[in-house]
Design a protein around this ligand. Structure first.
Ligand SMILES: Nc1ncnc2c1ncn2[C@@H]1O[C@H](COP(=O)(O)OP(=O)(O)OP(=O)(O)O)[C@@H](O)[C@H]1O
Ligand SMILES: [Mg+2]
Length: 385
C-alpha cells in the first residue's frame, strides 16, 4: 500500500500519538502518520500530513478554500452547499462535506479552536480562530442542516490609506480628509451593509492614530488588528454552563472608560451598548470610533434609535445624545469586487429636533466626488483635502 485514506480511525491514531496541546510540526505529524503503519509512500505522506494538519488544527476540508488568497468568506449551509466569496460576490463550490453530523462535528471543533463551546445548550458561537479567521457557527436546534458555518478571512495586517486608494476603495482626495479627522479627534461612525469593509476601514483609521495614544478596543470577537503600538483589546464573554460569568459589550465599554483610554473603539455597535458609547463620547472622550450596520448613511439615525431603544432610551434622548456624541459618518458601499467609501456625512439635529446625517461629500467611483452644501463648513471644522 502506498497511501491511506485519512479516515476517522487514522486521525484518531495520529491524535493518540501526538502529545501536548501545541500544534505538532511536520516532523511530528510524519512520525505519527508513519507510526500508524498505514502510510508508506512519501507522496502520500506529504499529502496526508497536509490534510491531517487541516483536520487537526485547521478548518478541515474547508482549509484549502481559506488558503486561497482571493477568498474572503467561506459559508457552509449544509453538507452539500458550500459558498465562497472570491471578491465578486458569492459563488457555490462543488464540495461535499459528508453527513450533517460531520459538518456539526467540524463546527464544534472550530468553535473549540476559538476557545468557545458549541452544543445543544449553547448552539450559537462567534469566535476568532487561532489564525485570525472569524467564525460564526449555528447548530441544531437553531438550524436544521447539521450546522451553518460562516468564516471570514482576516488580513493579518491593516490596509494603509494609500493601499485603499490604490485598490479603488478610497478617492485620492479623501485620504488627507480621513487623516485630518483622525488626528483632529473626530468621533466617527463607520457604516455600511454586511461585508462592505467597515472593520477594514476602521482598522486603517486606527492605524493613523498617533503612536503615543492609548486605544481601547471593545469587540464581540477580536478582529481589529490596527498597525499601532498601543492597543488594548477587550472581548466579550458568554455565560458558562451555569449561566454565570457573562461580560457583555456594555460592561466592557463602561470598564474601558476606567482604563485611561485616549480612544474608545467599539468594533461593532449592535445592541444596547450603544447607550454606553454615546454616553462615553458625550463626556469628553473624543476621537472615538465604531462601526454600525446600515444600508445607507441616511438610515444611521434610525439604526441608532432602534439599538438605543433596546437599552430603554427614548428617541428624543438618542437624538440629543447622538448629536452631541457623533461628528462624522463614513459610509461604505460594495459594487462587485470593490468596497469603497461612498459618503462622508455629518451628524446633526434638524429644526424639528430629529437626528439626521447630512451628506457633505459623495462618490460613486464613476466620476469625481460630489460635494454638498455642508462641505465648506466641514472643511472649516476639520480641515480639508
Ligand atoms: N478595500 C478593500 N480591498 C480589499 N479587500 C477588502 C477591502 N475592504 C474589505 N476587504 C475584505 O472584505 C472582507 C470584508 O471586510 P470587513 O470584515 O471589513 O467587512 P465588514 O463590513 O466589517 O463586514 P461585517 O458586516 O461582517 O462586519 C474582508 O475579508 C476584508 O479583508
Ligand atoms: Mg465588521
Amino acid at each position: 500500500m502506498t497511501g491511506a485514506a485519512l479516515d476517522d480511525a487514522l486521525l484518531a491514531e495520529v491524535r493518540g500519538q501526538l502529545v501536548g496541546g501545541a500544534p505538532a510540526d511536520d516532523a511530528q505529524l510524519h512520525a505519527a502518520l508513519r507510526g500508524s503503519g498505514r502510510v508508506l509512500g512519501s507522496t502520500a505522506l506529504a499529502d496526508l500530513t497536509r490534510r491531517a494538519r487541516a483536520e487537526l488544527y485547521g478548518a478541515g476540508p474547508l482549509q484549502p478554500l481559506l488558503d486561497d488568497p482571493e477568498v474572503t468568506d467561506v459559508l457552509v449551509n449544509s453538507p452539500a452547499e458550500v459558498w465562497v466569496d472570491r471578491g465578486a460576490g458569492l459563488e457555490r463550490v462543488p464540495l461535499h462535506l459528508g453527513s450533517p453530523a460531520q459538518v456539526r462535528a467540524l463546527a464544534v471543533r472550530l468553535a473549540a479552536a476559538g476557545g468557545q463551546r458549541l452544543d445543544d445548550a449553547s448552539p450559537l458561537v462567534d469566535a476568532r480562530l487561532p489564525d485570525g479567521t472569524r467564525l460564526h457557527a449555528a447548530i441544531a436546534p437553531v438550524c436544521e442542516s447539521g450546522a451553518v458555518i460562516s468564516l471570514r478571512v482576516l488580513r493579518s495586517r491593516a490596509f494603509t490609506l494609500d493601499e485603499l486608494v490604490d485598490s479603488g476603495g478610497l478617492h485620492r482626495c479623501w485620504a488627507p480628509v480621513l487623516r485630518r479627522l483622525v488626528t483632529e479627534r473626530a468621533n466617527m461612525l463607520v457604516s455600511g451593509g454586511t461585508g462592505t469593509g467597515k472593520t477594514t476601514l476602521l482598522a486603517a483609521l486606527l492605524s493613523l492614530v498617533p503612536g503615543h495614544e492609548r486605544i481601547v478596543c471593545v469587540e464581540e470577537a477580536r478582529e481589529l488588528v490596527p498597525d499601532h503600538p498601543h492597543v488594548v483589546p477587550l472581548t466579550a464573554r458568554r455565560p458558562n454552563v451555569e449561566g454565570a460569568g457573562a461580560v457583555d459589550l456594555a460592561d466592557l465599554v463602561r470598564n474601558a472608560l476606567r482604563m485611561r483610554p485616549d480612544r474608545i473603539v467599539l468594533g461593532e455597535c449592535r445592541g444596547a451598548e450603544v447607550r454606553e458609547v454615546l454616553m462615553a463620547l458625550n463626556t469628553g472622550h473624543d476621537g472615538g470610533l465604531a462601526t454600525i450596520h446600515a444600508n445607507a448613511a441616511a438610515v444611521v439615525p434610525a439604526r441608532l434609535e432602534a439599538l438605543a431603544a433596546l437599552a430603554g432610551m427614548p428617541r428624543e434622548a438618542v437624538a440629543a445624545q447622538a448629536a452631541g456624541a457623533l461628528d462624522v459618518v463614513l459610509h461604505l458601499r460594495r459594487s462587485g469586487r470593490v468596497r469603497y467609501l461612498a459618503e462622508i456625512g455629518v451628524v446633526r439635529r434638524d429644526a424639528r429636533g430629529e437626528l439626521v446625517v447630512d451628506p457633505v461629500a459623495t462618490w460613486d467611483r464613476e466620476q469625481d466626488p460630489v460635494y454638498g452644501a455642508g462641505w465648506d463648513a466641514f472643511v472649516d471644522r476639520w480641515g480639508g483635502a
